[in-house]
Design a protein around this ligand. Structure first.
Ligand code: ATP
Length: 293
């Protein structure tokens, strides 16, 4: 961590943000673009590459989006975790608000799950063992976020980057908020919304747990009208799962898709321990995974 802090300090002390060389767009979001940028920092650090999230202030949604990115900056500034994207610096000019982040060289989990076959058709799905690995790390990282008193509110594969070593890194804190802030905004991504969010009963840690395994299921056909989608999430009792899944995996999915947030896996007396100690995860060593720190 010390080396990250030192690099952060060197960036802040040594470079003018206008000197960043922009290479290409890494990703586009609703409110702006994320660019691959680089700069010569100091003789010790040499040329370094970063991801720069740029949001125009004259965006049509100006008021809301500016407030959101400022909240994102302040939340990221309070988080320091190996599986969360690293805030290096931020700055504002007349036209834009910018977040300089540690570069995650890899791709979105979404692109790992959905791959194009040679004949142009698409394949969706990953081996259960990979799903277990990503789920355990993301669940443990969400636990860290929740213990810092934030809820993330947009858990989905597009917001989880897979780095060059294959580890998941959570990015995009655009919807994250302080738990105590009781504003019940309907936000997030429709397929991943929990029953309590749709019913306007607030979004807390349990809703982030729901989204770990929500998102796709046989009820959610392409182009489903939003009202029908929401009715499925709130009312349907059972989410059929592929036959080939192990019983241990089924127990985890079933426990996380409990409609009542107070009864959902991760929200009962044992907290996150109830989730992480499920048999499905037994072969993984969480302490070892945390060593990445
Ligand atoms: P959205 O509208 O989905 O909320 P956004 O404008 O908030 O998007 P992000 O989701 O933060 O933007 O980033 C958009 C994309 O840019 C990501 O999905 C990813 O592909 C890429 N990206 C973001 N941060 C990084 C990073 N630190 N390193 C590499 N790529 C990144």
């Amino acid at each position: 961590r010390a080396s990250t802090d030192n690099l952060r300090k060197a960036v802040r002390d040594s470079i003018n943000m206008d000197q960043l060389d922009r290479h290409h767009v890494l990703g586009e979001g609703q409110f702006g673009e994320v660019w691959l940028v680089s700069a010569f920092i100091t003789p010790k650090y040499g040329q370094q590459y970063f991801a720069l999230k740029i949001q125009k202030k004259d965006d049509a949604m100006r008021g809301d989006s500016s407030a959101a990115i400022k909240r994102e900056i302040s939340i990221l500034g309070l988080l320091d975790h190996p599986y969360i994207v690293n805030l290096v610096h931020f700055y504002e000019d007349l036209e834009t608000i910018n977040i300089l982040m540690g570069l995650v060289q890899g791709c979105e989990l979404f692109d790992v799950i959905h791959t194009e076959n040679e004949d142009g058709t698409w394949h969706s799905g990953i081996p259960e063992s990979d799903a277990k690995f990503y789920t355990m790390i993301v669940a443990d990282t969400l636990d860290y976020i929740h213990k810092k008193q934030f809820v993330y509110r947009d858990v989905k594969p597009e917001n989880i980057l897979i780095d060059k070593d294959g580890y998941p890194i959570i990015c995009d804190f655009g919807f994250a908020k302080f738990v105590e802030d009781k504003t019940y905004t309907l936000c997030g991504t429709p397929n991943y919304l929990s029953p309590e969010v749709i019913m306007n009963r607030g979004h807390d840690a349990a809703s982030d747990h729901w989204a770990l395994v929500a998102g796709a299921n046989p009820f959610f056909y392409d182009g489903i009208p939003q009202m029908e989608l929401f009715q499925c999430i709130v009312r349907e009792k059972f989410y059929p799962l592929p036959d080939e899944l192990s019983d241990e995996c089924f127990q985890v999915v079933d426990g996380l898709l409990v409609k009542d947030p107070s009864q959902r896996l991760g929200s009962l007396a044992g907290g996150m321990n109830d989730l992480i100690s499920m048999k499905w995860f037994h072969e993984l060593d969480l302490d070892e995974l945390r060593q990445k720190k």
